[in-house]
Design a protein around this ligand. Structure first.
Ligand SMILES: Nc1nc2c(ncn2[C@@H]2O[C@H](COP(=O)(O)OP(=O)(O)OP(=O)(O)O)[C@@H](O)[C@H]2O)c(=O)[nH]1
Length: 511
């Protein structure tokens, strides 16, 4: 336990010196204090005056009548520490000492919350004697606590994988359970925003007949409720059983609570991963309420549940965003990887994939598929004469012109390698193939790029095309070989012309 939590209350010396065994707990704090007599009675080390619930659970208690061990839900020490007011006889198992246990809730003027005070007085135990148990309140409270726990565990099970759009409904369910079980008039959630300097009332449940102030409680700055803000951030709990008893420095809070007709208020911070997300709270309007340890436990439970769910959704949303960014980055990368660096048109890798896809599609749909291979004439000479950079520029210009000629869907030009380009022409006919070949050749001619080292002193291209009706057995390699053969023929026939292989009639001349 951290050092600050071990600090004993300032009145502890008095309790410690009492001749009777006493356990003390502030309902808003986890630690339980045991005075010397209590430690002695329970057989605990005299140095460990600060106990935890686990220490208390380890103390074996028996029913003095039946001598049977008391289960956790019957354990009067645990019931008392969670706020039940009771008187009961118990038997300490190891020492067989019979005790009269008397638990009370007290409101000390210097604390905001209630305190539990348990006294343990030794009784004479005569074996076989029928002892009268005078337990009060706890059965009803236990049933209520169990019902609440059941409901909250149901809601929290649903919250584990809740979709963001369903979150509001679940939070409202949890708030109405909280309001009903704590007998409150309002229960609500506030979330912090703008670096925790503002808060807004995001969810609310109100008992019928009680007015809502949710609209006015949006974007409330820290400066509007400074005392509240400080207590919540330091103690994670703000418990006021009577607003009129608020300290002087809480003047703004008192005004605000009075304007909302609040008589008692209880708020618990929602913390997730050490981050203060907001708080969950309950108001009493019609009457005051001395908040019990059970109220605080319920509120903390609901606060933790909602806080963790909100954080979980935030994480999920940011994960989704990262995933989307990754998908986008991946798509951009793929796009980049499929482009030729110099000309910006599709590269050889992309061309291979496209040709394969078109081949399958054409075979499936029994459509003819065309492939055109294009090679710049005397390009070595161009490079040698004008320089490599000028050659690069020509490659870019030619690529652009070729691309502009293509209009039909699915027609794609790629840089096949060096000064060679390839065009896939889906659903191609003899007529459309020849039209395309003419248009491509003309377009490059129209560029009017001078080439002093070419026979006609102009930059020209040679084109070779194949047109086939592929079947399942046709390969990309076969189609390329045919178009390459046509290109070879165009070169051999003097360049600056188009050939098809096998020959495709164009209605004018045949190769
Ligand atoms: N500037 C430049 N030149 C390239 C690039 N890639 C290949 N080349 C050149 O293209 C030329 C191709 O020459 P060849 O295969 O002999 O063909 P050609 O000179 O065009 O002759 P024919 O095709 O028979 O008309 C070579 O000089 C390569 O260096 C490139 O990215 N930029």
């Amino acid at each position: 336990m951290p050092a600050e939590q071990k600090e004993t209350p300032h009145f502890w010396a008095i309790i410690d010196a009492l001749p009777v065994a006493v356990l003390y707990k502030d309902t808003a704090k986890p630690q339980i204090f045991a005075n010397k007599q209590a430690l002695l009675l329970m057989g605990l080390p005299s140095t460990e005056s600060v106990l935890t619930l686990t220490d208390i659970r380890r103390i074996e208690l028996l029913d003095p009548d039946s001598q049977e061990a008391l289960s956790l839900v019957q354990n009067p020490l645990l019931l008392a520490l969670s706020g039940s007011v009771l008187q009961q006889s118990v038997l300490l198992a190891p020492s067989q000492i019979k005790l009269q246990l008397d638990a009370r809730l007290i409101q000390l003027s210097f604390t905001l919350s209630n305190s539990v005070l348990i006294t343990l007085t030794r009784e004479q135990h005569k074996p076989g004697e029928q002892l009268k148990k005078t337990s009060v309140q706890h059965t009803e409270e236990m049933e209520e606590a169990l019902a609440f726990d059941k409901l909250i565990s149901l809601i929290s099970a649903e919250l584990i994988n809740v979709q963001p759009e369903k979150l509001d409904n679940h939070i409202e369910d949890a708030l109405s359970a909280l309001g009903e079980f704590c007998h409150a008039d309002r229960s609500y959630v506030f979330l912090f925003h703008d670096d925790t300097s503002m808060m807004s009332n995001t969810h609310e449940w109100v008992r019928s007949g009680v007015s809502s102030h949710q609209d006015q409680l949006q974007n409330v700055p820290e400066s509007a409720l400074p005392y509240f803000w400080r207590v919540l951030q330091e103690e994670y709990i703000f418990a006021v059983s009577d607003v009129q008893q608020l300290p002087l420095q809480a003047v703004l809070e008192k005004q605000e609570f009075e304007s909302e007709d609040i008589q008692s208020v209880l708020c618990a911070a929602m913390v997730s991963d050490d981050q203060l997300l907001g708080f969950v709270g309950c108001d009493m309007v019609a009457r005051k309420r001395a908040w019990t340890a059970s109220d605080i436990r319920r509120l903390k439970l609901v606060g933790n549940m909602i806080g963790n769910t909100i954080q979980n959704i935030n994480y999920r949303l940011s994960l989704q965003q990262v995933q989307q960014e990754l998908v986008q980055a991946n798509a951009e990368l793929q796009e980049l990887a499929s482009r030729d660096g110099l000309t910006g048109i599709a590269n050889r890798r992309k061309f291979d994939t496209l040709l394969q896809q078109e081949l399958h599609r054409s075979a499936r749909q029994q459509q003819p598929l065309g492939l055109i291979m294009i090679d710049i004439d005397y390009f070595k000479r161009y490079n040698d004469y004008y320089g490599h950079l000028a050659g690069d520029d020509v490659l870019k210009q030619v690529a652009q012109q070729l691309q502009q000629v293509l209009k039909r869907e699915g027609e794609v030009v790629a840089r096949y390698g060096g000064e060679e380009f390839a065009i896939v022409v889906p659903a191609c006919t003899a007529e459309s193939l020849h039209q395309l070949l003419d248009a491509l050749q003309d377009r490059v001619k129209q560029l009017g790029i001078a080439h002093q080292q070419a026979p006609n002193q102009q930059l020209t291209i040679s084109l070779g095309a194949s047109l086939i009706e592929p079947d399942k057995t046709t390969t990309a390699h076969q189609l390329i070989q045919l178009a390459d053969k046509a290109l070879y023929q165009a070169k051999a026939a003097g360049r600056n012309q188009a050939k098809t292989f096998p020959p495709v009639a164009d209605g004018k001349a045949q190769s």
